[in-house]
Design a protein around this ligand. Structure first.
Ligand code: NI
Length: 128
């Protein structure tokens, strides 16, 4: 590894609290493997979707619930938090084929009235 690259790497891992390079490399390799799982459309993956929306937006809460019911095979659970009088936060845990999980997440995030949505792509952990 070029010395400057190693130095930059060491600075970052120190800041992030890794005790040594191999600990950091291990995490990076795992992240890489999880990304590859997601690239394989039929691989079984786990994902969490976080949504923030205004429940006063007409039909939105119902549309989000409908979407989850239609994907009941992939939806493991959901959690709803009333952030204030208007805003809700919902997290949905999904498990299934990467292509299916991504599609459900995209539909939830794209629903009209969702202010912010994000999919975290993670793993069943079995291959790590
Ligand atoms: Ni709410």
């Amino acid at each position: 590894m070029p010395p400057r690259l190693a130095e930059s790497f060491d600075n970052v891992i120190r800041r992030k609290g890794y005790s040594n390079r191999s600990e950091a490399v291990r995490d990076i390799v795992r992240r890489f493997l999880v990304e590859e799982e997601w690239a394989e459309q039929s691989a079984e993956v786990v994902g969490t979707v976080t949504l923030v929306y205004d429940h006063h937006v007409h039909d939105l809460a119902e549309a989000l619930t409908d979407l989850q019911h239609r994907s009941h095979n992939q939806v493991i659970c959901s959690q709803h938090v009333h952030l204030d009088e208007h805003n809700c936060l919902e997290t949905v845990v999904l498990r299934g084929e990467a292509s299916a999980v991504r599609k459900i997440a995209d539909q939830l995030i794209a629903a009209r009235g969702v202010k912010h949505g994000q999919l975290v792509c993670t793993t069943t952990g079995r291959e790590l």
